[in-house]
Design a protein around this ligand. Structure first.
Ligand code: CIR
Length: 256
């Protein structure tokens, strides 16, 4: 069966203003603007050929729009994550039925803790960020479901691994060296975000087009210099809650 690249997304909950944030003193989230930015995100994915499955908002979970954290897609199955943020536990089970439409699903449980934002698949390797959200038990737990190498990587300066590194293409990464030591990626090529443009590191490449948060012109120019098409995406309201472009979807690869 041929299926297109599919994205599962969840619009911001009515409670989104209470989302977790590591920088509390800033301007509060503008909720109507967050809804518009989310709609634009969905429209952009659709314009790039993605089939988007828009799930119900979950008002009991202020951070539930950051759906990436709820699951890890391996080759032929999905793992629902075990989240350490207490206000986010329970989000994952809300995804089970939608995920079962695509994959056989397994569920990770404490004492394993892992957020999907800490899992980056590059070539055959699965990198697992060791962050405040994801522990070393997650590495062994994921390894039980795959033959691919599962590689732990220290994350000290960012909430999640994918806040500091993205795959621009199968061969080229974008890294914020102020937040992440690039050494574990020595088998790969990478470019570094421009100084002062840390949030640009969380990009999402869809069918060859790089979606980059808007407001990071120097990094955009560096990526375009590599011959890649870039679209700037307004995600200011999600950045206020430490989220970005990858966090807003779970991508289910196309199958032929
Ligand atoms: C959280 O703290 O869990 C949310 N406010 C942000 C999650 C962002 N997700 C991601 O980077 N994958």
């Amino acid at each position: 069966m041929n299926t297109p690249l599919t994205a599962l997304v969840r619009p911001p909950a009515a409670t989104f203003l209470q989302a977790l944030s590591r920088h509390k003193k800033q301007v509060p989230i503008d909720f109507p603007l967050s809804l518009r930015q989310h709609r634009f995100y969905v429209e952009t994915l659709v314009s790039l050929g993605v089939k988007v499955d828009v799930l119900e908002p979950l008002d009991a979970f202020p951070d539930s729009t950051f759906i990436e954290d709820n699951a890890i897609i391996l080759d032929d199955m999905a793992l629902l994550t075990s989240m350490s943020a207490t206000s986010r536990r329970g989000e994952t089970l809300q995804l089970k039925a939608a995920m079962e439409r695509h994959y056989k699903v397994e569920i990770l449980e404490p004492p394993v803790f892992v957020d999907g934002g800490d899992v980056l698949q590059v070539g055959s390797k699965i990198f697992v960020g060791q962050s405040t959200r994801t522990n070393s038990l997650a590495v062994e737990a994921i390894a039980k479901f795959t033959r691919r190498p599962v590689v732990p990587i220290a994350v000290n300066g960012a909430l999640h691994l994918k806040s500091a590194v993205s795959c621009l293409t199968g061969e080229l990464l974008l890294i914020d060296p102020e937040k992440l030591d690039p050494a574990p990626f020595e088998d790969h090529s990478w470019i570094e975000v421009a100084h002062g443009e840390s949030n640009a590191a969380n990009c999402l490449t869809i069918n060859g087009t790089v979606l980059m948060p808007s407001g990071y012109p120097e990094t955009r120019a560096l990526v375009e210099k590599r011959g890649l098409e870039v679209r700037a995406m307004p995600v200011s309201e999600f950045e206020k809650a430490d989220g970005g472009l990858t966090c807003l979807s779970i991508l289910i690869p196309k199958r032929t």
